[in-house]
Design a protein around this ligand. Structure first.
Ligand SMILES: [Zn+2]
Length: 62
């Protein structure tokens, strides 16, 4: 099986929240849920998610 890495902390993940082809580990998932939208870290997470979604969209156009 292919080793997956958390898209936020980049640690190896066995099971986590699946976002398209990527994974968010449970630690980061909890962290994200705790963050306020006004927190600078929140936009960092959102940027990471956006880049994942963008890369998947590019792959699907091929
Ligand atoms: Zn993580």
């Amino acid at each position: 099986m292919e080793q997956k890495y958390c898209l936020v902390c980049e640690k190896p993940v066995k099971e986590g929240l699946r976002i398209l082809a990527s994974l968010l580990c449970s630690e980061c998932e909890q962290e994200l849920l705790k963050l306020a939208v006004s927190d600078p870290k929140y936009s960092l997470y959102v940027d990471k998610l956006k880049s994942v979604i963008a890369s998947v969209c590019v792959q699907q156009q091929v």
